[in-house]
Design a protein around this ligand. Sequence first.
Ligand code: 1PR
Length: 534
Amino acid sequence: DGGDNVVTLLDYGAGNVRSVRNAIRFLGFDIKDVQTPEDILNARRLIFPGVGAFAPAMDVLNGRGMAEALCSYIEQDRPFLGICLGLQLLFESSEENGPVRGLGVIPGVVGRFDSSKGIRVPHIGWNALQITKDSGILDDIGKRHVYFVHSYRAMPSDDNKEWISATCNYGDKFIASVSKGNVHAVQFHPEKSGDVGLSVLRRFLNPKAKRQKPVEGKATKLAKRVIACLDVRANDNGDLVVTKGDQYDVRERTEENEVRNLGKPVDLAGQYYRDGADEVSFLNITGFRDFPLGDLPMLQVLRYASENVFVPLTVGGGIRDFTDGNGRYYSSLEVASEYFRSGADKVSIGSDAVYAAEEYIKTRVKTGKSSLEQISRVYGNQAVVVSIDPRRVYLKDPDEVEFKTIRLRNPGPNGEEYAWYQCTVNGGREGRPIGAYELAKAVEELGAGEILLNCIDCDGQGKGFDIDLVKLISDSVSVPVIASSGAGSVDHFSEVFSQTNASAALAAGIFHRKEVPIQSVKHHLLKSGIEVRI
Ligand code: 1PR
């Protein structure tokens, strides 16, 4: 069906497949969307990027007669590539809110990672593959990392070993890729794995492509991530700019007091991707007052950035329920959905998560109504980051407050030996009666898949991450924690990774001001014995 460069895409509308579309187009192919089961049967090559949860995906496939078409397409050994859930659905069943029956093409049950094995769940980040058979599509990967984001996985067994083309170690050895004839599926995200990932898609789309010369790489395990963050807002002329604060104050210390302008969001995102950032985050820092769906430029930024950035994109700012001036109500889920449709892979929630956590701590009831709960239910925990904006409050005596306190390694301005970390909302403008520790624990229970841990005291200071804070939070939750605020040199990155259990480190100012290139950070970490993606 269609010309030689047409790919049929099975998008059942459950989430963001924009990244896959962008990657296919980037490789010079056109997309034909599956509307009916016949479109599957007529496909020349079919890509199935599963998104969302297992059960609703199976319901849609069964309800539209597509499950049967998929099975016969695969039985006929026609070119197929499943991605993430698109791999899991090939198995007999999944434990995700189940057991739920799958397509049953491959023997085995999909189960949840076991966090009691000392691993963080979801499994988020760049990990190494052990390639076990020649499948064609993995030929150009070599020993380089690919990007995973999932909480469930299929396990190797005697019954499915003929299918397995690669495994990955995370707590256990799980199935990272399957292949048989023209049928392939991968648990990782080729569309988000940079050049390495694009090579997988290219090989699938064009199996006759010449083999590239093997690339060097030394991937052995989950890498620590280095993330570039772009704080975005409109300047006083109404143009969206990348800005950067000092302790969250983004205005220049000049008479005009203008918003500091460090560049154009789309250009910078593309540059950081090429420089080797493992992820790029956009924070719409005035989203708390300007409703993001009114903020079309921000959505445009995402659309353009995602066309050329093939690592994960996170977007935050203004995710909450909202009623506009005409009385039209928007749920936070609609806001998030629009971000996902525009190219975000994860969304980040700040202020609204603080209110939800306060409420949850008070009542101990999960209402299911908070933005955090709604979005993680529909898109999965791994798609929801909670951004914490705490400020240090010094104490002489730890019993002065009901919140978790820590003993400081560097005493406060008046010799205080203790502090608690007070959460704030609205870009640090308002302190709330909840600590970073209490918030982190609560949002993990409410469905956050990752924590972006800022620190207002350290932001823009270039004196290093707040090691006390990062240690406190990364030791208290089992989801990944991203350390943020204060990076000023490559040593600060090795310090945070060697002294805390952070999974990733994020920086803004040093990258925007070109003081420290991302590659220098990576090479320094490698030299310090910390595994990173090169
Ligand atoms: O509350 O859901 O609307 O989300 C708002 C989001 O915007 C939050 O994630 C909040 O952290 C962010 N934000 C709000 N105001 C500011 C500000 O700077 N005035 N920026 C702001 C937060 C902090 C980091 C920064 C690091 C690293 N920026 O993202 O990039 O501190 O900086 P450095 O490496 O230069 O030290 P909602």
